[in-house]
Design a protein around this ligand. Structure first.
Ligand SMILES: [Zn+2]
Ligand SMILES: [Zn+2]
Length: 80
């Protein structure tokens, strides 16, 4: 058995409403993918912060286009 994130594998769609404005937030992918777009300095900071994430969780970044609010959401991985 393997632990996989249902969202990364297209098995589930997570709809998250923005806590500011109530619009549906966009899934911007995992924190890991997100790091590629940023400078090494920022990447290091984020990596340190997510070190505490349990191995069975995949942290996704959700973004609200309406009010420019973002949120990290830990998604529980499933066994397949
Ligand atoms: Zn994922
Ligand atoms: Zn919003």
């Amino acid at each position: 058995m393997e632990l996989v994130c249902p969202i990364c594998n297209g098995m589930a769609i997570y709809l998250l409403k923005c806590s500011n404005c109530g619009k549906v937030m966009e899934n911007r992918g995992t924190i890991g993918e997100f790091l590629d777009d940023y400078s090494p300095y920022l990447a290091m900071d984020i990596t340190q912060q997510i070190d505490g994430v349990p191995y069975d969780q995949c942290v996704h970044l959700f973004y609200c286009k309406n009010c420019d609010h973002d949120k990290r959401v830990p998604i529980k991985k499933m066994r397949i």
